[in-house]
Design a protein. Sequence first.
Length: 719
Amino acid sequence: MDRSAHLGRVSMRIAALCLTVATFSYAQSHTSIKTLSTKPDYVTGGDVLVQVTTSGVPKGAFRVHVGTRDVTDSFRSTNTTYVHLGLIKGLPLGKSVIHSGDASLEITNYPVTGPVISGPWQEPFICQTDQFRLPDGSTLGPPIDANCSAKTVVNYVYLPIGEKVFKPIRDLRSLPTDIATTAISTGKVVRFIVRVETGTMDRGIYQNAILHDPENDPPPSPFAPPAGWNRKLIAVHGYGCTGGWYVQGAAEGVSPIDRYQLAQGYALFTNTLNHPTNSCNALVAAEATILGKEHFIKTFGVPDWTISTGGSGGAYTTLQIADSFPGLFDGVMVQQVFPDALALATAGLDAHLLMHYYEEKHLEPLTDEQEVAIGGYSSLKAMTDAANQAARSDPVPDRLDTDGYKSGQWRAIVPTELRYDPVANPRGARPTIFDAAKNVYGTDPATGAALRPFDNVGVQYGLNALNRGVITSAQFLDLNGAIGGVDSDGNYISSRTTGDRGAIRRAYQSGLMLSGAGGLSDIPIVDNATSNEAFSYHYGWFHFALRERLRQTDGTAANMMMWRSIPGGHEQETILDEWMQAWKADTSDEPQRNKVIAARPAAALDGCYDGNVFIADALPFSSEPISRCSALYPVYSNARREAGGPLAANVLKCYLQPIDVSQYNVTFTQKEVDRLHLVFPNGVCDYTKPSMYWSPPVAWPSFGPSPVNLVYGITGRQR
């Protein structure tokens, strides 16, 4: 195991343990208090679900106070002796102390509009409540304040007998007569009526959906969950990224009204800010998830477990939240994986620079075959599609570049006068993944642009092709001498790009560069690793990079299941549910990771499908037919890996080492050696080491206003 990765994992686990011990404050004697709806430091909306456990306290003597206010009437006893649940309301903003008997617990309440941990609000920010469609076809209406807030609306829909499309219920006093029934996962049969709640929190538009029969179930309450809920909760994430900035969003990326999941009794929740097409910032997605889960628990009760699902942009937000916020999710199921937005953007920037070099006239021309070998992708078409993903880091509108390149992408609702233009509006809002997360990366005070972690100093593009004899030493030297870099405006520059030290460090601390050393290594991961190697940009190597990051942490990725070319159906969901039940049922004192790995179902084998036939296979990373699955579904590479970089794609800035010509599989002439030193005056990348400025990931990181685990705040305070 890489020593730095191991230290990062140990550090994060210690931090998570300390956070749990410090904030939940279990008393050692007669009474203990803990929050159930969220951690004590992150209460929002003025209310919190609390559990008070007493021992030896006479029933009449049980009292709970918030400060001097008696809130005992908020509590009710459970079926378990001495355990009391209470939804405490009316909390003031800021700190309060809950106390009962000999126990006390400090909590901190924030506005439901946020922010809590994501730092200062993104500005500008366009409200879209008046465009958001509710299940009955109406809209939320115009915002009621400057924070894009809207009224909370509850709709009911039902599934008619023999049909597959939900219909709205217009009048709860007169329910339709053609309501279907469903047998949920517990075996209970209920009417297929779905309660859909829509409102605003964290400046996004949230929704949750759950089976709830208004005639037979009591009103929603954390003390009396609906009969149709199987006590399992799903966080739903959307997709995309490009253009995901400065808007609230007029739609969820994926609707929580999912017929298959609801039929089994699952409840689902999401937010427009969990849709990267609206908000391409995993930290904001995490905050929206924290608030959304908190609100769900206060409304319906504590789930037995919570899983998260997402594809593409929703896959990386799912993975990053699971890793950086241990305990928020208990399992994940993803597809079209990128480990994080950085993996896609930085790989795109490498390919972007190569494509620019290819299109220029050089003294040492390359054949198409050589160009493909340097880039590592399956074809020049695949490499072009990868290169065009650099556009999400380019703020300049309408730049002419490779075919399909679209820079400066915006949602149409953002007024033109607010948008960045290097000449007409140099202080305008900048449409890039870096600027969307500038609370993490920091900003250049001279320009207002986000600092950037991209770095290609010392990178030997085409190194593997050189060592395989695919390109000549002259071609290798010409390529690396001329490839250059890009500036913060996406302009090509002759020198290599140097990443900002602080931005790189905070990328690791925040989890915007996924480590795999946090919560993700302790929960089941089910990955639909189907990919398209010929075009688009959902390439297989991203899935293998995720697996490799997990392996770097613990030497194994046994908590991750990968299937390739899945024909359809819900087999993965079934396996994940079985896996979840098994590890949650383990009450031993073993570490959670050990429980998860031990509970992995026999059917949870890695492998691929040949038509409808499953093939168990270790899924090696290879474009060669070295296994049955790699023969059927070869996986190609990327430019940084073909430059000698790690499969994990997690080195943002490499350490440099002196040039040693004996390390190459070619013999350089003395003139070429001299040229090599001119091209790489400070040395070349040493990928046996972790990234420069690497820092352990921080469990439950904050960028303000919460001071708990503050990584970097508006005052400039930094770890």
